[in-house]
Write a protein that binds this ligand. Structure first.
Ligand code: SF4
Length: 612
C-alpha cells in the first residue's frame, strides 16, 4: 500500500474567539475523483490532508512515510508550499512531489523547474485526469512525466469530496475548528480579463456540475453545520433558473437547520434584474452580505485593453437604485494600476461609481500580477511599462505561526502612472472610502450633486483642504499616504495591503467632533448655496449620519426639511419630521465598535440607521 499526502494549506480565519479554516476543496476533488477506481483503493491510502499552515519542522518530523505528495498552489500558500514540499522531499527523498494549481506557470519553463529541483512533476489545467494518470504510473512502477496537461473536463458528473467523505476525518479530528466550504456549481468564465488567471480560451466555456450533485453538497453543508460557504463560480447568477433553485435550497436549508449562515458569491458580471432577484432572496434570508458589483475600472479604454466587459452604466445605475431602495447592501471593487488608467481616469472612475448610486462600500485593490495572467507576459509588461514591487502578505495578513510570508507582485508604476501618481491616486481612493462611503461628507455631497455639482469637483476641493489641514484629519491622511508610499516602494509595512484605506476610520470616529467641524468648514452654506436655516438643519442631518462611539442609541432627530427624501431625488421642502437615529449594534465596547468599522464596512458600519 502506498501513502499519499494531499496539501492545500490556507490561513487561519478568526480571532481569539474562534478558529476557522477552509476545507481543502481542490485536493479533495482530486481524491474523490480517483477514488471511483477500485484499483486506486487497492494501491493507495491518504496519509494526511494538509489544510492549515502549521510549523513545518514539527509537522514533517511527525509525518510518517509518504510515496506521493500533491500540492495545490495558489497565491496564499506558494511560499509555504515550497518550504513544506522541500522538507518532505528532504525527509523522504523517494517521495514523488507533484505541484498543481494556478501558481504553477503554464506552460512551465524548464528554468522554473530547474529553480525548484524538489518538484518531480507539475500538473497544468484541471487536475482530475492527470492525478489518476500519476497514480497509475507510480502504481505500475513507471516514472512520472515532468509535466501533465489536464484536459478540459466536459462531463462534470464526478464524485463530490463532501458527500464521499473525503473531509470526514479532518472534521472529526478537529472538533474545535469551524470549517468553511467551497461549492462549485459550474466551472469556467466566458470573460478573459488580462489581469486574471481564470478566464482564458481554455476556460471560456462554462461547464455545469449536475444539479443533484450541487444540491447534495448543500445538504452535506447543512448536515455538517458549516457556517460559511463560498460559491466559487466566476459568475453566479449566469444560469438564472438553475441558480435560483440553488438559492432556494440554501434558504430552505438555513431555515430548517440553521446552516449555512453566510453565503458568499461572485455575481455574474453583467448582473441584471434577474441576478438582483437572487441577491434579494439571499439578503432577505440574511444569508448574503450583499451584492458585489466589481467594476475594476470605469474607463472604457482601460476596460477595452484589459478585455473586461462591465455592464452598461445605465444598468449599473438601475441596480444601485434598486439596492438603495430595497436596502440591499452592495459594494464595488476597483483595481488601481491597470493599463491605461491615469490619475484622472482613476479619480473620475471613483466619482462615477458614486454618481451611479454606490454610497455604501467601495474597495480599492492594487493590481497584482498573477503568474498565469495575460498581464504577466513580457509583451504586456513592456507595452504598458509595468513595474512591480514584491509585496509581503498583501492578500491576507499572516496571523499563523508558521513564520513564512506569502508574496505577490504588485504594480507600482505603469506607462500611464508613475509611482508618485499611484500614491496620489490611492490617496484619492482613501478619501472617497473614508469620507463618502463612511458617511462623513456624504449628506453634503449628495445634496450638492442633486443640485448639479460634480462629485469630482467636491472631492477635489475636500482633498485640497485635507492636505493642508494640521489637525487630526490632515494627520490621518498623511499617515495613510506615508504608509502607501512605503508599501509601493518596498512592498512592506502594510499587513494586508488592501486594508489600508480603513485604518484611519477608527481615528476619525474617536475624534468625531473635530472631523465634523472640519467637514463643516469645507461645505459651508455659501458652497452649498443654502440659507442659514437650511444649512443649520442640513448640518444636523449630516452630523447624525455617522455614528458616535460614545453615544447612547437610539436617539431622536428633529429635522425641518425633507433632506432624506432630497437625497433620493425629491425636491426640497420645509417639512417638520421626527426621526430615530440608531447604530447597527448597540452596547459594544470601544474595541468591538472599532473592529466592526473594518469588519462590517460593507454592511454600512459607521453610518447611522436613520428612520422615521
Ligand atoms: S476577473 Fe472575473 S470575469 Fe474576468 S476573467 Fe477573471 S473570473 Fe472571469
Amino acid at each position: 500500500m502506498r501513502h499519499i499526502l494531499l496539501s492545500q494549506p490556507n490561513f487561519k480565519i478568526g480571532n481569539q474567539t474562534f478558529e476557522a479554516y477552509w476545507l481543502p476543496y481542490a485536493v479533495g476533488c482530486l481524491w474523490a475523483y480517483a477514488s471511483q477506481h477500485d484499483w486506486v483503493h487497492d494501491h493507495y491510502t491518504v496519509r494526511d490532508i494538509v489544510f492549515r499552515r502549521s510549523n513545518i519542522s514539527s509537522y514533517v518530523h511527525n509525518l510518517e512515510p509518504v510515496d506521493i505528495a500533491f500540492f495545490s498552489v495558489y497565491m496564499w500558500n506558494r511560499e509555504y508550499t515550497h518550504a513544506l514540499a522541500k522538507a518532505v522531499k528532504l525527509k523522504y527523498p523517494k517521495c514523488v512531489i507533484v505541484y498543481g494549481g494556478p501558481e504553477v506557470p503554464n506552460p512551465t519553463p524548464n528554468s522554473w523547474l530547474a529553480d525548484h529541483p524538489w518538484i518531480d512533476s507539475v500538473v497544468l489545467n484541471e487536475g482530475e485526469h492527470p492525478f489518476v494518470d500519476i497514480l497509475e504510473s507510480v502504481a505500475e512502477g513507471n516514472p512520472v512525466a515532468q509535466q501533465y496537461e489536464g484536459r478540459r473536463m466536459t462531463d462534470l458528473n464526478v464524485p463530490s469530496p463532501y458527500t464521499t467523505g473525503v473531509f470526514d476525518s479532518i472534521i472529526e479530528d478537529n472538533p474545535h475548528v469551524q470549517f468553511n466550504a467551497t461549492i462549485e456549481t459550474n466551472r469556467g468564465c466566458p470573460f478573459s480579463c488580462t489581469f486574471c488567471d481564470w478566464g482564458s480560451l481554455t476556460y471560456s466555456k462554462i461547464q455545469k456540475f449536475p444539479l443533484d450533485k450541487v444540491m447534495a453538497e448543500l445538504d452535506w453543508v447543512a448536515h455538517n453545520a458549516i457556517e460559511f460557504i463560498t460559491i466559487a463560480d466566476a459568475n453566479f447568477g449566469v444560469f438564472y433558473k438553475r441558480d435560483m433553485q440553488i438559492t432556494d435550497r440554501l434558504i430552505e436549508l438555513q431555515q430548517n437547520t440553521g446552516y449555512p449562515t453566510v453565503v458568499n458569491a461572485t455575481w455574474y458580471k453583467n448582473s441584471s434584474e434577474q441576478v438582483l432577484e437572487i441577491v434579494k432572496k439571499f439578503a432577505k434570508s440574511g444569508l448574503s452580505r450583499g451584492m458585489t458589483l466589481s467594476m475594476q475600472s470605469m474607463d472604457h479604454t482601460v476596460l477595452d485593453v484589459v478585455k473586461r466587459k462591465n455592464m452598461e452604466i445605465s444598468n449599473l445605475k438601475h441596480i444601485f437604485d434598486q439596492c438603495n431602495k430595497q436596502d440591499i447592501k452592495s459594494y464595488t471593487e476597483l483595481i488601481l494600476g491597470l493599463p491605461h488608467e491615469t490619475y484622472d481616469t482613476w479619480c473620475d472612475g471613483l466619482c462615477s461609481v458614486i454618481e451611479a448610486g454606490q454610497h455604501g462600500a467601495i474597495e480599492t485593490w492594487l493590481c497584482q500580477i498573477l503568474i498565469n495572467a495575460e498581464l504577466n507576459t513580457p509583451q504586456q509588461k513592456d507595452e504598458h511599462g509595468i513595474s512591480t514591487v514584491t509585496a509581503y502578505d498583501y492578500v491576507t495578513s499572516n496571523i499563523d505561526d508558521d513564520g513564512i510570508a506569502e508574496t505577490g507582485e504588485i504594480v507600482n508604476a505603469t506607462k500611464y502612472m508613475s509611482t508618485e501618481q499611484m500614491i496620489e491616486a490611492y490617496a484619492y481612493g482613501w478619501l472617497i472610502i473614508n469620507f463618502h462611503c463612511y458617511g462623513w461628507s456624504q449628506v453634503y455631497t449628495r445634496l450638492a450633486n442633486q443640485r448639479g455639482m460634480s462629485y469630482r469637483e467636491m472631492y477635489d476641493n475636500l482633498i485640497a483642504h485635507i492636505k493642508v489641514n494640521s489637525g487630526i484629519v490632515g494627520t490621518t491622511y498623511r499617515d495613510a499616504v506615508k504608509t502607501i508610499e512605503q508599501f509601493l516602494r518596498t512592498g512592506k509595512g502594510v499587513p494586508s495591503g488592501y486594508n489600508l484605506p480603513y485604518k484611519g476610520q477608527t481615528v476619525l470616529h474617536l475624534h468625531r467632533d473635530e472631523v465634523i467641524k472640519f467637514v463643516d468648514s469645507v461645505f459651508t452654506k455659501e458652497y452649498l448655496n443654502l440659507n442659514d436655516d437650511q444649512h443649520n438643519d442640513l448640518k444636523k442631518y449630516q452630523h447624525a449620519f455617522t455614528t458616535d462611539p460614545y453615544a447612547t442609541y437610539p436617539m431622536p432627530l428633529h429635522l425641518s426639511h425633507n433632506w432624506p427624501d432630497v437625497l433620493l431625488g425629491q425636491p426640497l421642502s420645509p417639512v417638520e419630521k421626527k426621526y430615530n437615529v440608531d447604530c447597527l449594534e448597540n452596547n459594544l465596547s470601544l474595541d468591538e465598535y472599532t473592529m466592526r468599522l473594518y469588519a462590517r464596512r460593507r454592511q454600512g458600519w459607521g453610518k447611522s440607521v436613520i428612520r422615521i
